[in-house]
Design a protein around this ligand. Structure first.
Ligand SMILES: [Zn+2]
Length: 449
């Protein structure tokens, strides 16, 4: 670690500890607004501002599949016991990233996430991280540039219990407990891109609590003026004011609370916001337009935005990072399923690692094929030209016993098909490795029986 970082850490750690001690003990995610929000100070949570901003982003004229503004690398730090136990499997890693993209696509956020790298920390004493010191410390010393750093610990211990996830404002890193819910990572990355909890300061006075009414204004508050919903709570008017939903949402995802705000109006909260706290986390599935706008606005001001963005001055940008929809699939346990007569577009893309010169490469794809009935014909696996360079590839096919049944080289001017004689019923895995050095290459894959 650089000297400057050590100095910064020594100066700031007491602040982290102090600020976090003030948390509500019931909170699961304990991210709080700690530092001044200089980058988003001109953002206004009114519906009008949000609408105008999203219009400039072509939000309303795009569908969710094509609305991709940023491709953001995610670096995973996985804490295990010294003997490697307590690990997160490749399959789980794949699911984390695929879930993250699922909720982002479903809500048309404009963000797509890909794996930058996975690094394992094998130390018994770091398997369970202490919330106040160890977790912030580890997130300061293990940090890669240009990516969102996500730390998966066996547990994040806090007096009186554990924390399922947190976003550290100072290291700007995400910490998640293993086995957390499908939306935990999406929620914490929401904090990374500027989102706050809708119930923030719901126990506060009239100058701090968000009012149920969307038109209520501050009265007699020193520094606060204008509409309350633009400044209190999560500062967004399109997320209703809400109490902490932990004990007031039932299994059916219905609000069962009877709370009133400081002005005597009953809360009418949503129960499905990804930044909220229903006890049944499966209820969470939504970002509002205001939340999407704030995340995009924050991302635009990130120092790595020039490398994450997919467009510059109306032109496609950073196409070397254009990973396909099946990523991550660089391990057998992450293999994407290919069905008969389906065509899949796959790319071997570059991986952003903090500067224009430092890039990694996605070199391997894994695909899974299932054969359910006895085949009468040979199987034909086809590799076709994508939109860029068609590379030389080595293709290895495994049966379900992990035995190699075929190895072939595929190239543009050579062979581009593989024929397999009447395969028995079972699962097969295809490993496709690029054998050349390209910043970007791609192919289209399909098979017939
Ligand atoms: Zn949170």
């Amino acid at each position: 670690m650089k000297k400057r970082n050590i100095l910064l850490l020594v100066l700031l750690l007491p602040l982290v500890a102090f600020a976090q001690f003030t948390n509500d003990a019931e909170e699961f995610c304990t991210a709080r607004e700690l530092v001044f929000r200089t980058k988003t100070r001109h953002f206004l949570g009114s519906d009008e501002f949000v609408y105008n901003y999203l219009t400039t982003q072509n939000f309303f004229t795009s569908d969710s599949a094509s609305f991709i503004k940023y491709r953001v690398p995610v670096k995973l730090w996985i804490y295990t016991h010294r003997d490697g136990s307590g690990n997160i499997s490749d399959e789980e890693i794949g699911v984390f990233i695929k879930d993250l993209n699922y909720f982002n696509i479903a809500n048309k956020t404009g963000f797509r996430y890909y794996l930058q790298d996975v690094e394992y920390r094998q130390k018994n004493r770091h398997y369970k991280l202490g919330y106040f010191w160890e977790a912030p410390w580890q997130s300061f010393i293990h940090k890669d540039k240009g990516a969102i750093n996500v730390h998966f610990a066996g547990n994040i211990k806090k007096a009186g219990g554990t924390v399922s996830g947190t976003f550290n404002q100072l290291s700007r890193s995400v910490l998640v407990k293993k086995g957390s819910t499908r939306t935990s990572l999406t929620h914490e990355i929401g904090h990374y891109f500027g989102l706050l909890h809708p119930h923030r300061y719901f126990k506060g006075n009239k100058c701090h609590q968000e009012a149920v009414s969307r038109t209520r204004k501050y009265k007699g508050c020193l520094t606060r003026k204008g509409l309350i919903c633009e400044t209190s709570g999560d500062k967004l008017c399109d997320t209703p004011a809400e109490p902490d939903l932990l004990k007031s949402v039932n299994k059916e995802c219905e609000y069962t609370g009877d709370f009133e705000d400081n002005w005597g109006e009953k809360y009418v909260p949503k129960v499905n916001n990804i930044m909220s706290y229903p006890a049944y986390r499966k209820c969470r599935n939504e970002f509002t337009a205001g939340q999407v706008a704030l995340m995009l606005y924050t991302a635009e001001r990130n120092r790595f935005a020039p490398y994450w963005q997919t467009e510059k001055n109306g032109q496609a940008a950073n196409i070397q990072f254009n990973f396909d929809n099946f990523e991550p699939d660089n391990a057998k346990a992450m293999a994407s399923v290919l069905k008969e007569d389906e065509t899949q577009y796959h790319s071997f893309h570059s991986i952003f690692k903090g500067s224009g010169k430092k890039v990694g490469k996605d070199k391997t794809d894994w695909v899974e094929i299932s054969i359910y009935t006895h085949l009468k014909n040979d199987m034909n696996i086809k590799f076709m030209q994508g939109v860029s360079v068609f590379p030389n590839m080595e293709v290895t096919i495994f049966n379900s016993n992990n035995e190699i049944i075929s190895t072939k080289n595929i190239s543009k001017n050579g062979q581009s098909e593989i024929n397999l004689k009447k395969l028995p019923v079972g699962k097969y895995y295809i490993k496709i490795e690029i054998k050349e050095n390209h910043t970007f290459a791609d192919y289209i894959l399909s098979y017939t029986n």
